[in-house]
Design a protein around this ligand. Structure first.
Ligand code: SF4
Length: 491
């Protein structure tokens, strides 16, 4: 997949070989990823494909952490799959799509094989992605996929005659489980006759020793006969996903052991290190000079602060209390406001008004001590870098605030009592909701907690599921404003 030495690009020969890869190299749009791809790709492809897959996995991770069902997760993830990781059954460039799918999967194996926790997360999210994709396949494709992996699965399909002879027993045993599995959010439940017909015509049953499916047996989701469980197609995806997860978990351990050989490569390591920071490492590209046209006078208006995430609200509260912010907090809030559309002139007006409000700092001192700092943020001083607003990952990587400081992420830095009080101010006070947030915090899933709060406080305006995992304070702000204007577009 890539060279293990420091040899740079040796020529175009290998890239030309890519063109010779055909449909047969990637026979299905669903895969157990048994064999690593062997073609060469560019470093840019290596990184951007992995980032695209991460975008999908982050959304899945967020949905699972917030207790979404597979069906709800599917609704959120489908548009992202279409955009970042399409795998069509025909038409378009299906070889290119599948090649990207393979490479991005294998790249992320390298990224997430390093610790137990990362491996567990990756396996859980990839297994969920596998289920979602399996459900998107046509019945024939599902059948073909199972047939192609018969050696691995050891599944025994029951013959049509056997099925016909037991149709009534199968229906009687499986009707509730099938009704739940087939229920669509927006459709009425299937009538008994429709369900009976479905069992006869659509379901392909497999027969397995019951010891291989203890969970399905415990939940009474299968028909049992003489030590065998009869499992309908609708429930087979969980079995497939379990096989997928086991294989992937074992492969990740092998990858981890092979990693030292890769450590020689100084091109890939920085990329892998960047990607492996955690599942929130994909950045929302907040425009550093967004065109919202925020004015100094409007920054503190409720119509604007209503859309701020908790970190920005906390910074504003400190600013209001002290008429001052220390360096870290100034950077965090200053860049957030810049991303929210506060231009440099309005920013200088805003900060000067706030810092001189109590008279402890006069205008001369402000100009001498702080003006440079704010102009620097906008790339008008020093190295003239147009700094971007900090994302959640950057904020969470900074040291925790000490006494008198207010930068950071409140979900990480506030005590439980203070956090509960802050949540109440944002309208999140239902004990069930608050407990959900506190549980996320206990698990150190701070961006999940923030996403949960976003969802709760915007519930009334969200008319359909959307991908929204919060990885950036400005993403929170932008999404919130979009919802307010009812201009939400699924990306
Ligand atoms: Fe701010 Fe991100 Fe923490 Fe939310 S998760 S409060 S946006 S730093």
């Amino acid at each position: 997949m890539f060279r293990q030495t420091k040899r740079r690009v040796a020529g175009r020969r290998n890239f030309e070989e890519v063109a010779s890869y055909t449909h047969a190299s990637y026979p299905s749009r669903l895969s157990f990823y048994d064999l690593p791809p062997l073609e060469e790709i560019t470093l840019e492809q290596f990184e951007t494909w992995a980032v695209d897959r991460l975008r999908v996995l982050i959304e899945i991770e967020s949905c699972l952490a917030r207790g979404k069902s597979l069906r709800e997760t599917e609704a959120v993830v489908k548009p992202l799959l279409l955009k970042y990781l399409p795998t069509a059954s025909s038409g378009g460039d299906i070889v290119a799509e599948r090649r990207k799918d393979y490479y991005s999967h294998y790249t992320l194996r390298l990224v997430f094989c390093r610790t137990d926790e990362l491996r567990r997360k990756f396996v859980r999210n990839e297994a969920a992605l596998f289920k979602i994709r399996y459900n998107l396949l046509q019945p024939k494709e599902q059948h073909d996929f199972v047939r192609a992996h018969a050696a691995k699965l050891h599944w025994e399909y029951i013959l049509p005659d056997d099925k016909a002879a037991r149709a009534d027993e199968l229906y009687a045993a499986l009707a509730p489980a099938l009704r739940a599995a087939l229920a669509a959010d927006d459709a009425p439940a299937l009538s008994p006759d429709a369900l009976r017909q479905h069992v006869r015509t659509k379901e392909n049953f497999i027969r397995l020793p019951f010891a291989r499916v203890p969970q399905l047996v415990a939940l009474r989701l299968v028909y049992m006969l003489r030590g065998y469980a009869y499992i309908p197609s609708s429930l087979q995806v969980s079995l497939l996903a379990a096989v997928f997860a086991d294989l992937l978990a074992a492969a990740l351990v092998k990858t981890f052991h092979a990693l030292p050989r890769l450590e020689e490569d100084d091109r890939l390591l920085p990329m892998l290190a960047h990607l492996s920071r955690n599942f929130a490492s994909v950045q929302y590209d907040a425009a550093a000079d967004a065109a919202h046209g925020l004015t100094a006078a409007a920054v503190l208006s409720p119509a604007v602060t209503l859309h701020f995430p908790l970190c920005a609200r906390r910074l504003l509260r400190s600013l209001a209390a002290d008429a001052h912010l220390k360096y870290g907090a100034r950077q965090q809030l200053g860049l957030f406001l810049k991303g929210a559309g506060l231009g440099v002139d309005e920013a200088l007006k805003f900060w000067a008004a706030q810092f001189t409000r109590t008279g402890k700092i006069n205008m001369d001192s402000f100009n001498k001590e702080y003006r440079y700092n704010f102009r620097h943020m906008y790339g008008l001083e020093g190295g003239r870098i147009n700094y971007k607003p900090w994302d959640c990952n950057t904020i969470l990587l900074k040291p925790k605030p000490q006494r008198g400081e207010s930068h950071g992420c409140p979900y990480r830095d506030l005590s439980s009592d203070a956090l509960v009080a802050s949540l109440a101010e944002m309208g999140v006070s239902d004990p069930h909701d608050v407990n959900g947030v506190l549980e996320d915090v206990q698990k150190h899933d701070y961006t999940v907690a923030c996403t949960r709060v976003f969802e709760i406080s915007h519930r009334a305006k969200m008319t359909r599921p959307e991908n929204l995992h919060i990885t950036h304070p400005n993403l929170y702000f932008d999404r919130s404003r979009q919802l307010d204007k009812a201009e939400v577009r699924v990306e």
